[in-house]
Design a protein around this ligand. Sequence first.
Ligand SMILES: Nc1ncnc2c1ncn2[C@@H]1O[C@H](COP(=O)(O)OP(=O)(O)OP(=O)(O)O)[C@@H](O)[C@H]1O
Ligand SMILES: [Mg+2]
Length: 245
Amino acid sequence: MNPILVAERVNKTFGAVVAAADIDLAIERDSVVSLIGANGAGKTTFLNMITGYLQPSSGRIRFDGRDLTGLAPRQVTRLGISRSFQAPQLLGTLSVRDNLRVAEGIAGSREVEAATDALLARFALAPYADRAAALLPEGVRKLLDVAMALVTRPRVLLLDEPTSGVAADEKFDLMDRVMSAVQGVTVLFVEHDMDIVARYSQRVIAFYDGRVIADGAPAAVLASDSVRRYVIGESIEPAREHAAA
Ligand SMILES: Nc1ncnc2c1ncn2[C@@H]1O[C@H](COP(=O)(O)OP(=O)(O)OP(=O)(O)O)[C@@H](O)[C@H]1O
Ligand SMILES: [Mg+2]
C-alpha cells in the first residue's frame, strides 16, 4: 500500500470529551473510503484535523509523507486537500455560475471562465447555471458544494455527509454524479446512510467515541457486531438486507 494520508496515534480532547482516541489509519491513494459512526462519534473532528481547522491534541497526520501538524487550513488546501461541509457553504443570492467564479477566483485560477464552464459540465450543473444557489433543490446544492471543493484541484477530497438532507430516492443519483466527477481523486466521505456506504465505498471505517471500532470492506464492517450495535443501532435493519445495496 502506498498511502496518501496517514494518521498516527491521533488524539483530540475537548475538555472531558474524547473526540479522537489513538487513531492510526492509512488511506490508500485513489481509494474511496467512508467514515461512519453515530452522532458525536468524532467523524467531523477527524476531517477537521486533516484540514488544519483543528489541531490534534497529540499525534500527527501526514499527507503524501508530509507532516500537516501546525499547518493552517489554507496551507493544507494548497498542498492538495479539499473538503465540503456538513452544511453547504454557498453564497445563496449568487447564481451557480457566480459561486463557481468566485471560488475559482479565490483559488487563484488564471482561466476563471473556462474553469467554471468545465466544472459546470463535469457536474452536469449547466442547466442550473443561472439559478440562485439558495433556490436550488437540496441535491443540486450538495453537488455545487462538491464542485466548489474542486476548484483547488485537490488530490484528496473530504466530504462531510454529502447526501444529508437529500431525499432518499435522489441520493444514489447524487452520489453517481459526485463519484463520476471526482475520478482520480482520493475520497473520504462521512455518511449515515448505510446503503450509500455499501454502494460507493471500497473501505469503511467505523468510529465510536473517538475510536476506530471497525475498518475494512463494506460487507464485513456493516455486518460486524460492534458496528451493528454502536453505529447502525439495533432498531435499524442492517444495510446488507436491502436489495439495493
Ligand atoms: N469545537 C468543539 N468544541 C467542543 N467540543 C467539540 C467540538 N467539536 C466537536 N466536539 C465534540 O466532539 C465530539 C465529536 O464530535 P463530531 O462533530 O466530530 O462528531 P460527528 O461524528 O461528526 O457527529 P455527527 O454525526 O453528529 O456530525 C462530540 O462530543 C462533540 O460535541
Ligand atoms: Mg459531523
